[in-house]
Write a protein that binds this ligand. Structure first.
Ligand SMILES: *Cc1c(COP(=O)(O)O)cnc(C)c1O
Length: 417
């Protein structure tokens, strides 16, 4: 314990980072097995095991691991044959690649406002953004809390357009008991270091339309029918379509498997921290000082993120600085895509986006990672109260879930379907 690493860590004792990657421990053994099997490129035994888990737990027709959620979104754009001038409706309050994957094919992002409660795409603003060139809606489930999927799917069927769920933040979360990513025509997941389940860099495409499965395999394998060849369906493989290389290596898949296996535990821990924050900030919300996240009845989330929305941008800056001085790292979130240099160049805006702007100026994300202790969560809560000029009345130690539904019972329900 005399290593310089340990010492430098010790001086950081009081520091609470925004994120700390979780390690279940079993990944070392799985990576060793992968290495000893002498198959390190993609689609070996661990990739297949991860595919089966995703298909069984998340009810998609086919899951394919990719090197990132960005890669999965690019595959979605290729599968939909997005052509120059095709329009894709999406929230402006989102990550860059939600738009970029489609812009790469010449698609035009059409930016729509978000709801002021869930920060998700405002389903009542979609219809007026649709034109004869609209091909798809790409939505994100912000903080793992689902969009109004029933309404969105209804609009999509009526207008004959596709729905892609960017479920990067939504693994094992659900909407009316349906796992996120399995409701739209396609879904994407991220296993980036900052996500609930991670392998550093990684992702998956969830295919819910059987007609796309074979083509998705080809696109993922550089435009070749290599996957069919290995199943013995063709006697040689060759270039048959457009595509690129989207596979992760077996080392990544082995690492990921350790986390997928532990998904229940990871989600439970994150939910406990989320609940502790949520109870802790009730008083501030009642006093009109912050807005807390809103979880609609149809949604079961996954504790991906805890955020607060302040009353103005100045209060948020002060809060971020005050917490930083206490040794607590926080983060704001998306800079609206419609106001960005590339967003203006490649996209267009449908109407006014007041909620997007308001949220991007006032939202703050708090530290949330699996091994955070109850004391650390309370330190953050106390620091927020004191920055906002209040003293916290009660301790907020976790004492059982206050959610109406439990994550495990809900997954068991899912398994039964
Ligand atoms: C993290 C994230 C992405 C990007 O994921 P990568 O795996 O890093 O490509 C895309 N969309 C959303 C909504 C995200 O949160």
């Amino acid at each position: 314990m005399n290593s310089p690493y340990y010492q430098s860590n010790q001086s950081m004792d009081k520091y609470i980072p925004f994120n700390k990657p979780y390690s279940p421990g079993s990944e070392f053994r799985y990576m060793e097995i992968a290495i000893s099997r002498k198959h390190l490129s993609g689609d070996g035994i661990y990739t297949k095991t991860c595919h089966a888990w995703l298909e069984n737990q998340l009810y998609c027709r086919k899951a394919l691991l990719t090197h990132s959620c960005t890669g999965a979104l690019e595959m979605a754009a290729l599968l939909l044959d997005i052509k120059p001038g095709d329009e894709i409706i999406m929230p402006s309050y989102s990550f860059v690649t939600t738009a970029n994957a489609f812009v790469l094919r010449g698609g035009v992002p059409v930016f729509v406002d978000i709801r002021s409660d869930t920060m998700n795409l405002d389903e009542t603003k979609i219809t007026e953004a649709i034109t004869s060139r609209t091909r798809a809606i790409v939505l994100i489930h912000y903080a793992g809390i689902a969009c109004e999927m029933d309404k969105i799917m209804e609009i999509a069927y009526q207008q004959n357009i596709y729905v892609i769920e960017d479920a990067a933040q939504g693994i094992v979360a659900s909407y009316n008991d349906r796992p996120l990513g399995s409701i739209g025509h396609l879904g994407t997941l991220s296993f980036h270091e900052t996500k609930n389940i991670s392998c550093g860099e990684g992702g998956a495409l969830m295919i819910n339309e059987p007609k796309w499965i074979e083509r998705a395999e080809v696109i993922r394998e550089k435009g070749t029918n290599r996957s069919a060849f290995f199943r013995g369906e063709v006697d040689k493989y060759s270039w048959v379509d457009v595509g690129s290389s989207y596979l992760p290596s077996e080392v990544s898949a082995a690492f990921l498997w350790a986390q997928l296996e532990d998904a229940e535990n990871i989600t439970e821990k994150r939910m406990q921290i989320w609940e502790q924050y949520h109870r802790g900030f009730l008083e501030l919300e009642v006093k009109g000082i912050v807005f807390r996240p809103v979880v609609p009845d149809a949604c079961l989330h996954n504790g991906h993120m805890y955020f607060l929305v302040l009353n103005d941008a100045r209060t948020r800056s002060r809060l971020i600085n005050d917490l930083k001085e206490t040794g607590i790292q926080t983060a704001f979130h998306y800079v609206p895509l419609h106001n960005s240099v590339a967003g203006k160049k490649y996209g267009r805006t449908a109407g006014e986006l007041p909620n997007t702007i308001r949220t991007s100026e006032r939202l703050i994300r708090l530290p949330l990672w699996v091994e955070m202790t109850q004391d650390q969560v309370d330190l953050v809560i106390d620091a927020v109260y004191s920055s906002l000029g209040l003293k916290k009345k009660h301790k907020t130690f976790f004492s059982g879930s206050t959610q109406q539904k439990d994550w495990r019972t809900s997954t068991q329900d899912m398994k039964k379907r």
